[in-house]
Design a protein around this ligand. Sequence first.
Ligand code: AMP
Length: 396
Amino acid sequence: MKTINDFNFKDKKALIRVDFNVPLDDNFNVTDDTRIQAAKPTIIKILEDGGSCILMSHLGRPKGVQDEFSLRHIVDKVKDVMGAEVNFVSDCIGKEATEAAENLKPGEILLLENLRFHKEEEVGDTEFAKELSKLGDIYVNDAFGTAHRAHASTTIVAQFFPDKKCFGALLAQEIESIDKVMKTGEKPVLAVLGGAKVSSKITIIENILDKVDHLIIGGGMTFTFVKAQGGTVGDSICEDDKLDLALDILKQAKEKNVQVHLPVDVVAADAFDNNANTQIVDVYHIPDGWQGLDAGPKSLKLFHGVVLKSKTILWNGPLGVFEMENFAKGTIELGNSIAEATKNGAFSLVGGGDSVAAVKQFGFEDKVSYVSTGGGAMLESLEGQVLPGIAAILEK
Ligand code: AMP
């Protein structure tokens, strides 16, 4: 696996796919610069080598050229974060871009306009990718968030850089973190899967059963498993068409020696409302008119024990409806347990969708080993798919 550390960028122009798809407010100020910060190590290494950086990214989902999606709005923020001058060109291909790239000096940064102003980007058009490829000497992919897309700038462009393509520091870190869970992690390996529905996690569960020793299933998924085993779930979220599937997963887990841990008690509410009445009930006996919205205290104690004896931990999906304060405790407590295990030397990866939001909201970001930057890309990796953007760098 080639990374930026395998190249010396002196006098080279690096064409870097970054993910600068950042949120903007009504005045086009960047409201969260996490993704720009995340690309900094790669950009700084190349500049310090004596190279220059040509940055390409998408922003939002424009239909043709739309000023509100212009990357011009983020130029000042990129300057601030990198502590360097940033030139900008109003098209990512064509004369202006080519000239600006040619004139770029070592130590300089050029930001190209939104790739998605050209429909060829998302189609994965080869001619468009070839035009992009003319701008740089070495192709660097540092955008994990779009690595699951076979777009021109994320995948197709790589073919024009045989032997001159590599992963940026961020993408390399993402790949290493996933490998630590899926391939090389110290045992016991634990996956905590929460979230709303079994149907959206089924491929992940099936893939992960071959990799882990323990599986905690929480969140709304719990109730499909509970009902499948003869429990009564009241008004809890439950996928009746997935009951057989749930039983099959439990059977597979047994065959593969994976210990499955479900909540034993839940915080049940008489409405899907933060101010609803609540009671703690046995997960197999939820009364009519009540729904389980968070893991209960006995479950959290049980999960704490499992987390603390694990050496490698993957967390995807909240344990309850964490968006409502009164049902966030399970997710917070699980975060605390994982933080403690990490402090004791375990490797912990949080990734894919709402668990990342929860980790940020409750301040666990610095207390786990790694928080993934890509939602969809992370989920597809956990499903066992080889992402096209990653495959394109690995290919000869
Ligand atoms: P996902 O995107 O599949 O990870 O699902 C995340 C969503 O699952 C969050 O919005 C949670 O509010 C929701 N969720 C977690 N636990 C429950 C539950 N017991 N009942 C209903 N929704 C839940």
